[in-house]
Ligand binder design. Structure first.
Ligand SMILES: [Zn+2]
Length: 285
């Protein structure tokens, strides 16, 4: 197969690959689908925006890819890229929060767990925020809170709708109460957006939990989820241990939540842009 690039002319002169070499050369080319357990060529998966071409399972995508998927020509202007947490508690767990941030900033090339941008969605100017699940679990601290707040303010000033795509484990423990305060701050901002009669569409992706679910992710004029996303406040294991009961099948997944009235729609990733465009037309035209 093509990824073993061996020269045809002297190919039979090359020694056979050891198991270790084989592993190195094919590493990262294939990915196992969490839905159907089939092995899929990573390029096929990426070409399909990380939706399994065989079973339709949605695996996670990063914030940049998300914006490229939703915005016209994949183009957008970013805001507040220089905001950084000041580590208000001087927090240390297995390593210092300061070091953790530095490692994450380098690995993701982002200052924190969110990209705030302005772009065009099917011809309509929008303010859009996408959370980055790789950055400390997409957790919400002071920087994420401030970036969303500023996006709300731009929405109001420019009369442009707001879209927030959540992918988050919740509030960032390393910032303690400061991270929890973001819930109230953003909720108050969304209230002002509502008073200005500007729509806010919340898109919940896998996973959206904790303080993010308990604040802005559930405050959309429409709360839209991707298929199969884990959405909840506390995780299923914690709930089972607390109530000492087995939870029903599919509990805290998008489809279950839609059925029980917690969501307005479950929309496949490849139809999301069209869905958002239609919804914005409904709210604004
Ligand atoms: Zn699959």
């Amino acid at each position: 197969m093509s990824w073993f690039k061996r020269d045809k002319g002297n190919g039979d002169k090359l020694p056979p690959l050891s198991d270790k070499e084989r592993k190195v050369r094919t590493e990262g080319l294939w990915q196992k689908c969490e839905g159907c357990r089939q092995i899929i060529w990573k390029k096929d998966l990426e070409a399909n925006w990380n939706v399994c071409p065989k079973c339709g399972a949605h695996s996670r995508i990063d914030a940049l890819t998300r914006l490229k998927l939703l915005l016209d020509d994949g183009a957008f202007t970013r805001f507040d890229t220089g905001l950084r947490s000041s580590d208000p508690l001087d927090f240390v767990d297995s390593k210092s929060y300061r070091d953790r941030l530095a490692v994450m900033q380098q690995a993701t090339n982002l200052s924190d767990a969110l990209i705030a941008a302005q772009g065009s969605l099917a011809g309509r100017a929008v303010q859009i925020c996408a959370m980055e699940p790789r950055f400390i679990g997409g957790s919400m601290g002071s920087v994420v809170g401030e970036m969303i707040m500023r996006a709300i303010e731009r929405s109001i000033a420019l009369a442009q709708p707001l879209i927030v795509i959540s992918a988050s484990g919740g509030a960032r423990m390393q910032e303690g109460a400061v991270s929890l305060m973001q819930m109230a701050k953003i909720s108050a901002g969304l209230m002002r957006l509502d008073e200005a009669r500007i729509p806010f569409l919340s898109v919940l992706t896998d996973p959206t939990t904790g303080g993010v679910t308990a604040s802005y992710a559930m405050l959309g004029d429409l709360n839209i989820a991707e298929p199969g996303a884990l959405i909840g406040f506390a995780g299923p294991r914690v709930i089972e241990q607390t109530i000492r009961q087995k939870l029903p099948e599919g509990f805290q997944r998008s489809e279950f939540l839609l059925k029980h009235g917690m969501l307005d729609a479950v929309v496949p990733r490849l139809e999301l842009k069209q869905y958002l465009a239609t919804a914005l037309g409904f709210f604004m035209d």
